[in-house]
Design a protein. Structure first.
Length: 275
């Protein structure tokens, strides 16, 4: 039998627990039982990766509850690459489906502890917190910027007589925009800072959250409506600095352009596009 057949059989065993196809490659039945070591290691590695990638989710529902959800996710979405870095892209949507279909309650996956009032409290904001966790991870892992627009760089350009409003700029690769409820963002921050004093309630108000990496650390804050317009204008291929600020002024005529520009420079949000 070929190496590819062995790999396919072993992969099937890891994902399903069915050892039937591996019988052709094992000399005696005792070897089949020993395969469990590899399958247990596979699950442990995947679950540990999800815990690392969704730390506030684990903190919210507790380690045991999260591990149960994580194992279900591994069954449904096993890793497709040779690395677990970034594993869990579909996790927020997967959990959303579990909650929608009532699977978490039907299968008794979530168990309420003494510190948690009900399963509804465990569900509340969970999917959005998962989105925030993964966005934080993607921002942290993002590529470095090719040419950050800094205060020093702007000074040099001005000395050269270059009109700043005509500069073609875009957001640096670490900047991510995310729309979540206000209560989800506040709870996520509370979990990250270990601040359990506030009572988290469900809110219909939505926040646009910006995450970005500054000097190796991911930052996050909510945006005003004008800031949202500015950042959205600079997403993707970007546009001229003047056009981007015009987009912000269109939704808020009192928008302070100079303050926003200074903040962009201080937080290294902008990447200048070199033609």
């Amino acid at each position: 039998m070929s190496t590819n057949q062995y790999i396919d059989a072993f992969t099937r065993y890891l994902r399903t627990g069915d050892p039937s196809e591996m019988e052709h490659f094992c000399e005696n039945p005792s070897h089949i039982k020993r395969l469990a070591v590899y399958r247990n290691g596979f699950y442990k590695g995947c679950v540990d990766a999800l815990i690392a990638n969704f730390p506030m989710c684990e903190k919210k529902v507790g380690s045991e509850n999260f591990r149960k959800m994580a194992r279900l996710y591994v069954d449904r979405f096993p890793p497709e690459q040779g690395t677990l870095v970034g594993y869990g892209l579909s996790f927020p949507g997967f959990v959303a489906d579990l909650i929608k279909d009532g699977e978490l309650e039907n299968k008794h996956i979530l168990e309420v502890t003494e510190n948690q009032q009900s399963t509804s409290n465990l569900y509340m904001n969970f999917v959005e917190i998962a989105h925030l966790d993964y966005a934080w991870l993607m921002s942290l892992m993002s590529a470095d910027s090719a040419e950050i627009l800094t205060i020093e760089y702007v000074t040099q350009l001005m000395e050269q007589g270059i009109e700043l409003t005509e500069l073609n700029v875009k957001l640096n690769p670490s900047v991510l925009l995310l729309s979540v409820s206000e209560s989800a963002f506040l709870e996520w921050i509370s979990l990250k800072t270990n601040n359990n004093d506030g009572v988290v309630t469900k809110s219909s108000a939505e926040d646009f959250i910006m995450l970005w990496r500054l000097q190796g650390a991911v930052q996050a804050r909510s945006l005003s409506i004008a800031e949202v317009a500015l950042m959205q204008a600079l997403q993707g291929t970007g546009r001229s600095l003047g056009d981007a600020f015009d987009a912000a002024i269109t939704v808020d005529e009192n928008f302070e352009v100079s303050d926003a520009f200074t903040a962009c420079l201080q937080n290294e949000l902008l990447e200048i596009q070199i033609n």
